[in-house]
Ligand binder design. Structure first.
Ligand SMILES: [Zn+2]
Length: 160
């Protein structure tokens, strides 16, 4: 299933969230096994910046810090079904060249009440491939190229 030299990039995950304090090593190991080659760690508020910088040093070459702040939390009160349909329509309409993959972990997991983790990014890649009727390899390759355009600093993480 693995395309040579190409892997997935999680463009948005909250590795500094307390949810990951206990087992971040395991979480990142699992992500690596799921063909994730780089993660962009984001902050929800500026108080997390220092922790994110520490993480990017500790996992140098795997975790890229992104010190912006999070957009406003929460979806408008729509029912879940209409959100799902809209998402599917959006994935169909958007060209692959403008899609980046992100988990937003530990929030927004595929299963409610279960902590989301970066390795779930492979589920997103499979979902997009299915909706668009293309191969997972193509999704991985193009979305990773997109991530590189967005975060040029990723380039030296991927050239290993
Ligand atoms: Zn987020």
């Amino acid at each position: 299933m693995r395309a040579a030299g190409v892997g997935l990039v999680d463009c948005h995950c909250h590795l500094s969230a307390p949810d990951f304090d206990r087992d971040l090593d395991d979480v990142l190991e699992k992500a690596k096994k799921a063909n994730v080659v780089a993660l962009v760690a984001v902050a929800e508020h500026s108080g997390e910046f220092e922790k994110i910088m520490q993480l990017s040093e500790r996992y140098n070459g795997f975790v890229l810090p992104c010190l912006g702040v999070h957009p406003v939390q929460g979806l408008p009160p729509e029912d879940q079904r209409s959100v799902t349909l809209k998402k599917q329509k959006l994935v169909k309409q958007l060209p692959l060249t403008s899609i980046c993959l992100e988990t937003d972990s530990p929030a927004l997991g595929p299963e409610k009440q279960v902590r989301n983790e970066p390795w779930n990014i492979s589920i997103s890649a499979e979902y997009i491939a299915q909706v668009k009727g293309i191969s997972v390899e193509e999704v991985i390759e193009v979305t990773t190229q997109n991530a590189l355009k967005l975060f040029p600093k990723l380039r030296h993480l991927l050239q290993k």
